[in-house]
Write a protein that binds this ligand. Structure first.
Ligand code: ZN
Ligand code: ZN
Length: 434
Protein backbone atom coordinates (compact mmCIF):
# COMPACT_ATOMS: atom_id res chain seq x y z
CA UNK A 1 0.00 0.00 0.00
CA UNK A 2 3.01 2.29 0.31
CA UNK A 3 3.56 2.15 -3.38
CA UNK A 4 0.35 3.84 -4.39
CA UNK A 5 2.31 6.92 -5.27
CA UNK A 6 4.56 6.75 -8.28
CA UNK A 7 7.84 8.21 -7.08
CA UNK A 8 9.36 4.75 -6.68
CA UNK A 9 11.51 3.08 -9.31
CA UNK A 10 10.28 -0.46 -9.76
CA UNK A 11 11.72 -1.53 -13.09
CA UNK A 12 15.42 -1.81 -13.93
CA UNK A 13 14.99 0.93 -16.52
CA UNK A 14 13.48 3.37 -14.02
CA UNK A 15 16.26 2.58 -11.54
CA UNK A 16 18.96 3.07 -14.13
CA UNK A 17 17.48 6.41 -15.10
CA UNK A 18 17.60 7.60 -11.49
CA UNK A 19 21.18 6.40 -10.98
CA UNK A 20 22.57 7.92 -14.20
CA UNK A 21 23.06 11.42 -12.84
CA UNK A 22 26.18 13.05 -11.42
CA UNK A 23 24.90 12.88 -7.81
CA UNK A 24 24.32 9.12 -7.45
CA UNK A 25 27.33 8.34 -9.69
CA UNK A 26 29.70 10.33 -7.46
CA UNK A 27 28.09 9.02 -4.27
CA UNK A 28 28.31 5.40 -5.46
CA UNK A 29 31.90 5.91 -6.57
CA UNK A 30 32.80 7.19 -3.08
CA UNK A 31 30.95 4.32 -1.37
CA UNK A 32 32.53 1.66 -3.60
CA UNK A 33 36.00 3.16 -3.48
CA UNK A 34 36.06 3.33 0.31
CA UNK A 35 34.48 -0.12 0.67
CA UNK A 36 36.73 -1.91 -1.83
CA UNK A 37 39.91 -0.28 -0.65
CA UNK A 38 39.13 -0.90 3.01
CA UNK A 39 38.01 -4.50 2.40
CA UNK A 40 41.31 -5.25 0.73
CA UNK A 41 43.29 -3.99 3.72
CA UNK A 42 40.86 -5.70 6.08
CA UNK A 43 41.31 -9.11 4.44
CA UNK A 44 45.10 -8.81 4.38
CA UNK A 45 45.62 -7.50 7.88
CA UNK A 46 42.78 -9.31 9.65
CA UNK A 47 42.36 -12.59 7.73
CA UNK A 48 38.91 -13.75 8.84
CA UNK A 49 39.81 -17.43 8.96
CA UNK A 50 42.76 -16.89 11.26
CA UNK A 51 40.84 -16.01 14.42
CA UNK A 52 37.37 -15.44 15.78
CA UNK A 53 38.07 -11.78 16.51
CA UNK A 54 39.20 -11.25 12.90
CA UNK A 55 36.04 -12.94 11.66
CA UNK A 56 33.93 -10.70 13.90
CA UNK A 57 35.76 -7.60 12.64
CA UNK A 58 35.16 -8.48 8.99
CA UNK A 59 31.51 -9.38 9.75
CA UNK A 60 30.89 -6.04 11.48
CA UNK A 61 32.39 -4.21 8.51
CA UNK A 62 30.25 -6.20 6.07
CA UNK A 63 27.14 -5.40 8.10
CA UNK A 64 27.95 -1.68 8.06
CA UNK A 65 28.47 -1.82 4.32
CA UNK A 66 25.14 -3.62 3.85
CA UNK A 67 23.29 -1.05 5.96
CA UNK A 68 24.85 1.89 4.09
CA UNK A 69 24.06 0.44 0.67
CA UNK A 70 20.54 -0.76 1.46
CA UNK A 71 19.43 2.50 3.07
CA UNK A 72 21.00 4.53 0.28
CA UNK A 73 19.31 2.51 -2.45
CA UNK A 74 15.96 2.52 -0.65
CA UNK A 75 16.10 6.30 -0.15
CA UNK A 76 16.89 6.69 -3.84
CA UNK A 77 14.50 4.12 -5.36
CA UNK A 78 11.50 4.58 -3.07
CA UNK A 79 11.53 8.30 -3.70
CA UNK A 80 9.69 10.84 -1.58
CA UNK A 81 6.13 9.99 -2.59
CA UNK A 82 4.13 12.21 -4.92
CA UNK A 83 0.75 13.84 -4.45
CA UNK A 84 -1.59 12.22 -7.00
CA UNK A 85 -2.24 14.33 -10.10
CA UNK A 86 -5.39 16.40 -9.70
CA UNK A 87 -5.58 15.79 -5.95
CA UNK A 88 -8.24 17.55 -3.89
CA UNK A 89 -9.31 16.88 -0.30
CA UNK A 90 -12.52 14.86 -0.03
CA UNK A 91 -13.81 16.76 3.02
CA UNK A 92 -13.92 20.15 1.25
CA UNK A 93 -16.29 20.74 -1.62
CA UNK A 94 -16.74 24.51 -1.66
CA UNK A 95 -14.28 25.94 -4.20
CA UNK A 96 -14.05 29.31 -2.48
CA UNK A 97 -13.17 27.65 0.81
CA UNK A 98 -10.68 25.35 -0.91
CA UNK A 99 -8.83 28.30 -2.41
CA UNK A 100 -8.53 30.02 0.95
CA UNK A 101 -7.15 26.89 2.60
CA UNK A 102 -4.95 25.20 0.02
CA UNK A 103 -2.53 26.26 -2.68
CA UNK A 104 -3.16 25.20 -6.24
CA UNK A 105 -0.42 23.59 -8.30
CA UNK A 106 -0.83 24.53 -11.93
CA UNK A 107 1.65 21.88 -13.07
CA UNK A 108 0.12 18.93 -11.17
CA UNK A 109 -3.38 20.31 -11.88
CA UNK A 110 -4.41 19.76 -8.31
CA UNK A 111 -4.34 21.20 -4.82
CA UNK A 112 -1.15 20.91 -2.82
CA UNK A 113 -1.81 18.46 0.01
CA UNK A 114 -0.84 19.65 3.51
CA UNK A 115 2.97 19.57 3.95
CA UNK A 116 3.57 18.94 0.24
CA UNK A 117 5.51 21.23 -2.08
CA UNK A 118 6.11 21.26 -5.77
CA UNK A 119 9.64 20.25 -6.76
CA UNK A 120 10.75 21.64 -10.09
CA UNK A 121 13.41 18.91 -10.47
CA UNK A 122 11.00 16.04 -9.82
CA UNK A 123 8.28 17.90 -11.73
CA UNK A 124 5.66 16.86 -9.19
CA UNK A 125 4.21 17.86 -5.84
CA UNK A 126 6.16 15.93 -3.24
CA UNK A 127 4.60 14.71 0.03
CA UNK A 128 6.19 16.25 3.16
CA UNK A 129 8.98 17.63 1.02
CA UNK A 130 12.20 18.31 2.89
CA UNK A 131 14.58 19.12 0.05
CA UNK A 132 15.65 17.87 -3.34
CA UNK A 133 18.81 15.87 -2.78
CA UNK A 134 21.07 15.64 -5.86
CA UNK A 135 23.02 12.78 -4.22
CA UNK A 136 20.00 10.49 -4.53
CA UNK A 137 18.68 12.32 -7.59
CA UNK A 138 15.29 12.59 -5.88
CA UNK A 139 13.54 14.53 -3.18
CA UNK A 140 13.62 13.62 0.48
CA UNK A 141 10.01 13.43 1.56
CA UNK A 142 7.41 11.47 3.45
CA UNK A 143 8.24 8.05 2.08
CA UNK A 144 12.03 7.95 2.11
CA UNK A 145 12.55 10.17 5.15
CA UNK A 146 13.39 7.28 7.51
CA UNK A 147 15.70 5.49 5.05
CA UNK A 148 17.45 8.76 4.25
CA UNK A 149 17.99 9.43 7.97
CA UNK A 150 19.29 5.89 8.56
CA UNK A 151 21.73 6.43 5.71
CA UNK A 152 22.91 9.68 7.31
CA UNK A 153 23.58 7.65 10.49
CA UNK A 154 25.21 4.55 8.97
CA UNK A 155 27.38 6.27 6.35
CA UNK A 156 29.48 8.24 8.90
CA UNK A 157 29.77 5.15 11.13
CA UNK A 158 31.02 3.01 8.21
CA UNK A 159 33.36 5.77 7.00
CA UNK A 160 34.79 6.29 10.47
CA UNK A 161 35.46 2.56 10.72
CA UNK A 162 37.17 2.66 7.31
CA UNK A 163 39.24 5.67 8.33
CA UNK A 164 40.47 3.83 11.45
CA UNK A 165 41.40 0.72 9.42
CA UNK A 166 43.19 2.68 6.69
CA UNK A 167 45.13 4.92 9.08
CA UNK A 168 46.14 1.90 11.16
CA UNK A 169 47.49 0.09 8.10
CA UNK A 170 49.25 3.15 6.71
CA UNK A 171 50.79 3.86 10.08
CA UNK A 172 52.23 0.36 10.43
CA UNK A 173 53.40 0.32 6.83
CA UNK A 174 55.27 3.58 7.14
CA UNK A 175 56.80 2.52 10.43
CA UNK A 176 57.26 -1.09 9.39
CA UNK A 177 61.00 -1.16 10.11
CA UNK A 178 60.23 -0.57 13.77
CA UNK A 179 57.66 -3.32 14.00
CA UNK A 180 58.84 -6.05 11.65
CA UNK A 181 59.89 -8.37 14.48
CA UNK A 182 56.32 -8.50 15.71
CA UNK A 183 54.71 -11.60 14.26
CA UNK A 184 51.17 -10.27 14.75
CA UNK A 185 51.44 -8.05 11.70
CA UNK A 186 51.59 -9.49 8.21
CA UNK A 187 55.18 -9.42 7.02
CA UNK A 188 54.52 -10.80 3.55
CA UNK A 189 55.36 -8.56 0.62
CA UNK A 190 51.76 -8.19 -0.54
CA UNK A 191 50.80 -6.47 2.71
CA UNK A 192 53.32 -3.72 2.15
CA UNK A 193 52.43 -0.55 0.33
CA UNK A 194 54.50 1.19 -2.26
CA UNK A 195 54.29 4.96 -2.68
CA UNK A 196 51.41 4.70 -5.16
CA UNK A 197 49.39 2.63 -2.73
CA UNK A 198 50.06 5.02 0.11
CA UNK A 199 48.63 7.79 -2.09
CA UNK A 200 45.53 5.69 -2.80
CA UNK A 201 45.22 5.06 0.92
CA UNK A 202 45.39 8.77 1.71
CA UNK A 203 42.75 9.43 -0.96
CA UNK A 204 40.52 6.85 0.72
CA UNK A 205 41.20 8.39 4.12
CA UNK A 206 40.29 11.86 2.82
CA UNK A 207 37.03 10.63 1.30
CA UNK A 208 36.12 8.71 4.45
CA UNK A 209 36.81 11.59 6.84
CA UNK A 210 35.14 14.13 4.54
CA UNK A 211 32.03 11.97 4.32
CA UNK A 212 32.01 11.42 8.09
CA UNK A 213 32.01 15.15 8.79
CA UNK A 214 29.66 16.29 6.01
CA UNK A 215 27.10 13.50 6.30
CA UNK A 216 27.38 13.36 10.09
CA UNK A 217 26.48 17.06 10.29
CA UNK A 218 23.45 16.43 8.05
CA UNK A 219 22.37 13.65 10.39
CA UNK A 220 22.11 16.08 13.29
CA UNK A 221 20.17 18.53 11.12
CA UNK A 222 17.72 15.73 10.26
CA UNK A 223 17.48 14.60 13.89
CA UNK A 224 16.46 18.12 14.93
CA UNK A 225 13.95 18.18 12.09
CA UNK A 226 12.46 14.82 13.14
CA UNK A 227 12.27 15.68 16.85
CA UNK A 228 10.31 18.83 16.01
CA UNK A 229 8.38 17.18 13.17
CA UNK A 230 9.31 20.05 10.90
CA UNK A 231 10.99 19.80 7.50
CA UNK A 232 13.56 22.35 6.39
CA UNK A 233 10.85 24.10 4.38
CA UNK A 234 8.46 24.11 7.36
CA UNK A 235 11.07 25.78 9.62
CA UNK A 236 11.20 28.48 6.98
CA UNK A 237 7.38 28.76 6.78
CA UNK A 238 7.18 29.14 10.58
CA UNK A 239 9.75 31.97 10.50
CA UNK A 240 7.83 33.71 7.75
CA UNK A 241 4.56 33.19 9.66
CA UNK A 242 5.92 35.05 12.68
CA UNK A 243 7.22 37.79 10.40
CA UNK A 244 3.85 38.08 8.64
CA UNK A 245 1.97 38.29 11.93
CA UNK A 246 4.37 41.00 13.10
CA UNK A 247 3.69 42.98 9.91
CA UNK A 248 -0.03 42.65 10.49
CA UNK A 249 0.45 43.69 14.10
CA UNK A 250 2.05 46.91 12.92
CA UNK A 251 -0.65 47.70 10.43
CA UNK A 252 -4.04 49.22 11.18
CA UNK A 253 -5.91 45.92 11.12
CA UNK A 254 -3.89 44.45 13.96
CA UNK A 255 -6.31 45.34 16.73
CA UNK A 256 -8.17 42.11 16.08
CA UNK A 257 -5.26 39.86 16.83
CA UNK A 258 -3.44 41.33 19.84
CA UNK A 259 -3.27 39.06 22.87
CA UNK A 260 -3.41 40.31 26.50
CA UNK A 261 0.30 41.11 26.67
CA UNK A 262 -0.01 43.28 23.57
CA UNK A 263 2.39 41.00 21.72
CA UNK A 264 1.84 39.91 18.15
CA UNK A 265 0.41 36.40 18.13
CA UNK A 266 2.83 33.57 17.38
CA UNK A 267 2.00 31.04 14.73
CA UNK A 268 1.17 27.66 16.26
CA UNK A 269 2.73 24.91 14.20
CA UNK A 270 0.07 22.16 13.99
CA UNK A 271 2.23 19.02 13.60
CA UNK A 272 4.44 19.24 16.71
CA UNK A 273 3.20 16.32 18.84
CA UNK A 274 6.02 16.32 21.40
CA UNK A 275 9.47 14.84 20.91
CA UNK A 276 8.67 11.17 21.45
CA UNK A 277 5.61 11.08 19.19
CA UNK A 278 7.39 13.19 16.58
CA UNK A 279 10.25 10.70 16.60
CA UNK A 280 7.90 7.73 16.14
CA UNK A 281 6.25 9.43 13.17
CA UNK A 282 9.44 8.82 11.17
CA UNK A 283 11.62 6.29 12.99
CA UNK A 284 10.18 2.82 13.52
CA UNK A 285 11.28 -0.77 12.98
CA UNK A 286 9.69 -1.14 9.56
CA UNK A 287 11.44 1.93 8.15
CA UNK A 288 8.14 2.70 6.40
CA UNK A 289 6.29 5.97 6.79
CA UNK A 290 3.25 6.37 9.04
CA UNK A 291 0.06 7.57 7.31
CA UNK A 292 -0.75 8.32 3.69
CA UNK A 293 1.36 11.49 3.48
CA UNK A 294 -1.54 13.54 2.19
CA UNK A 295 -4.20 14.54 4.70
CA UNK A 296 -4.05 12.22 7.72
CA UNK A 297 -1.29 13.96 9.69
CA UNK A 298 -1.79 13.70 13.47
CA UNK A 299 -2.38 17.17 14.91
CA UNK A 300 -1.28 18.96 18.06
CA UNK A 301 -4.14 19.92 20.45
CA UNK A 302 -6.29 22.86 19.29
CA UNK A 303 -4.89 22.73 15.79
CA UNK A 304 -6.75 22.33 12.53
CA UNK A 305 -6.00 20.13 9.59
CA UNK A 306 -5.38 23.11 7.30
CA UNK A 307 -3.64 25.51 9.71
CA UNK A 308 -0.32 25.30 7.93
CA UNK A 309 -1.68 25.39 4.38
CA UNK A 310 -3.90 28.36 5.25
CA UNK A 311 -0.83 30.16 6.58
CA UNK A 312 0.97 29.41 3.31
CA UNK A 313 -1.92 30.87 1.29
CA UNK A 314 -1.79 34.02 3.45
CA UNK A 315 1.99 34.25 3.08
CA UNK A 316 1.70 34.01 -0.67
CA UNK A 317 -0.75 36.89 -0.70
CA UNK A 318 1.48 38.85 1.67
CA UNK A 319 4.49 38.28 -0.55
CA UNK A 320 2.57 39.36 -3.63
CA UNK A 321 1.46 42.50 -1.81
CA UNK A 322 5.03 43.47 -0.98
CA UNK A 323 6.47 42.50 -4.35
CA UNK A 324 8.03 45.06 -6.62
CA UNK A 325 7.04 45.60 -10.21
CA UNK A 326 9.98 46.09 -12.52
CA UNK A 327 10.66 46.31 -16.20
CA UNK A 328 13.58 44.90 -18.10
CA UNK A 329 16.06 47.48 -19.38
CA UNK A 330 18.89 45.15 -20.35
CA UNK A 331 18.86 41.71 -21.94
CA UNK A 332 20.14 38.62 -20.13
CA UNK A 333 20.53 35.36 -22.00
CA UNK A 334 20.46 33.15 -18.92
CA UNK A 335 24.16 32.34 -19.22
CA UNK A 336 25.85 30.68 -16.25
CA UNK A 337 28.68 33.16 -15.92
CA UNK A 338 27.45 36.61 -17.02
CA UNK A 339 30.82 38.37 -16.90
CA UNK A 340 29.45 41.29 -18.94
CA UNK A 341 27.50 42.36 -15.85
CA UNK A 342 30.71 42.67 -13.86
CA UNK A 343 32.84 40.27 -11.88
CA UNK A 344 30.78 40.58 -8.72
CA UNK A 345 27.55 39.63 -10.47
CA UNK A 346 29.24 36.71 -12.18
CA UNK A 347 30.98 35.36 -9.08
CA UNK A 348 28.48 35.98 -6.29
CA UNK A 349 25.37 34.13 -7.41
CA UNK A 350 22.72 32.81 -5.01
CA UNK A 351 23.47 29.21 -3.98
CA UNK A 352 19.99 28.02 -4.90
CA UNK A 353 20.76 28.70 -8.59
CA UNK A 354 23.10 25.71 -8.59
CA UNK A 355 20.78 23.38 -6.70
CA UNK A 356 17.16 23.98 -7.43
CA UNK A 357 16.24 27.28 -8.98
CA UNK A 358 16.82 28.52 -12.48
CA UNK A 359 18.18 31.55 -14.24
CA UNK A 360 15.65 33.65 -16.07
CA UNK A 361 16.52 34.97 -19.52
CA UNK A 362 15.16 38.42 -20.16
CA UNK A 363 14.73 40.77 -23.06
CA UNK A 364 14.21 44.53 -22.81
CA UNK A 365 10.63 45.70 -22.45
CA UNK A 366 9.42 42.68 -20.52
CA UNK A 367 7.78 43.31 -17.18
CA UNK A 368 8.16 41.25 -14.07
CA UNK A 369 7.33 40.92 -10.39
CA UNK A 370 10.41 40.84 -8.18
CA UNK A 371 9.95 38.93 -4.95
CA UNK A 372 13.46 38.28 -3.64
CA UNK A 373 16.92 39.78 -3.77
CA UNK A 374 20.35 38.34 -3.12
CA UNK A 375 23.41 40.54 -3.58
CA UNK A 376 23.62 41.48 -7.24
CA UNK A 377 20.77 39.17 -8.18
CA UNK A 378 16.99 39.38 -8.12
CA UNK A 379 14.37 36.66 -8.22
CA UNK A 380 11.17 37.29 -10.05
CA UNK A 381 8.40 36.12 -12.28
CA UNK A 382 7.74 37.42 -15.76
CA UNK A 383 4.32 38.84 -16.44
CA UNK A 384 3.08 37.06 -19.51
CA UNK A 385 -0.01 37.52 -21.58
CA UNK A 386 -2.88 35.63 -19.95
CA UNK A 387 -3.28 32.87 -22.49
CA UNK A 388 0.46 32.18 -22.19
CA UNK A 389 0.46 31.95 -18.41
CA UNK A 390 -2.27 29.35 -18.58
CA UNK A 391 0.29 26.91 -19.83
CA UNK A 392 1.93 25.13 -16.94
CA UNK A 393 5.30 24.90 -18.63
CA UNK A 394 5.45 28.64 -19.06
CA UNK A 395 4.62 29.17 -15.40
CA UNK A 396 7.75 27.38 -14.24
CA UNK A 397 9.89 28.72 -17.07
CA UNK A 398 8.96 32.31 -16.27
CA UNK A 399 10.41 32.29 -12.75
CA UNK A 400 14.06 32.65 -11.88
CA UNK A 401 17.12 34.67 -10.98
CA UNK A 402 18.67 37.40 -13.07
CA UNK A 403 21.27 40.16 -12.57
CA UNK A 404 20.00 43.23 -10.73
CA UNK A 405 21.33 45.45 -13.51
CA UNK A 406 18.73 44.08 -15.94
CA UNK A 407 15.75 45.52 -14.19
CA UNK A 408 14.43 48.96 -13.43
CA UNK A 409 12.15 49.17 -10.46
CA UNK A 410 8.79 50.73 -11.27
CA UNK A 411 7.35 51.38 -7.88
CA UNK A 412 6.95 49.80 -4.50
CA UNK A 413 3.26 49.74 -3.95
CA UNK A 414 2.87 50.95 -0.39
CA UNK A 415 -0.90 50.71 -0.61
CA UNK A 416 -0.58 47.07 -1.48
CA UNK A 417 1.88 46.48 1.33
CA UNK A 418 -0.56 47.67 3.97
CA UNK A 419 -3.54 45.92 2.41
CA UNK A 420 -2.17 42.83 4.13
CA UNK A 421 -3.71 39.51 3.40
CA UNK A 422 -6.63 40.57 1.31
CA UNK A 423 -6.40 40.79 -2.40
CA UNK A 424 -2.65 40.63 -2.78
CA UNK A 425 -3.03 38.47 -5.80
CA UNK A 426 -5.73 40.69 -7.22
CA UNK A 427 -3.51 43.73 -7.09
CA UNK A 428 -0.82 42.03 -9.06
CA UNK A 429 -3.33 41.02 -11.70
CA UNK A 430 -4.62 44.58 -12.03
CA UNK A 431 -1.13 45.90 -12.66
CA UNK A 432 -0.54 43.24 -15.23
CA UNK A 433 -3.40 44.51 -17.35
CA UNK A 434 -2.22 48.10 -16.77
ZN1 ZN B 1 2.95 20.24 -8.33
ZN1 ZN C 1 12.70 16.82 -6.16
Amino acid sequence: TYFFQDSSCRTAKQRLRRVLHWGPLIALFIIFYIAIYTSRLLLIWWPPLKSHSNLLHVAVYALEYYLVMSTYLKAMFWGPGFVPIGWRPIDLTDDQQLKSLLQWCSICKGYKAPRSHHCSRCGRCVTKMDHHCPWINACVGHRNHAQFTYFLLFAPLGCLHSAVIVSYCVYYTLFYPFYHQDSEFPTEDYAMMNLWEVLLAFFCLGLALGTTIAVGALFFVQLKSILRNRTGIEFWICDKADYRLECRHDSMTAHLSIDEAGQPPKFQYPYDLGRMRNFKQVINWSGRPVGNGLDDWPLAPDCGKYDLTKEQVLQKAHKASTAVLASVIRAYTGTRFPISFGLRTACCQPCSIWIEEKRLSLSPGQRLIVTRAHGEWLYGQLLLADEQSQSARDASASRGWFPKKCAMEHWIDSAAATAGDNGGNGLVKDKKVQ
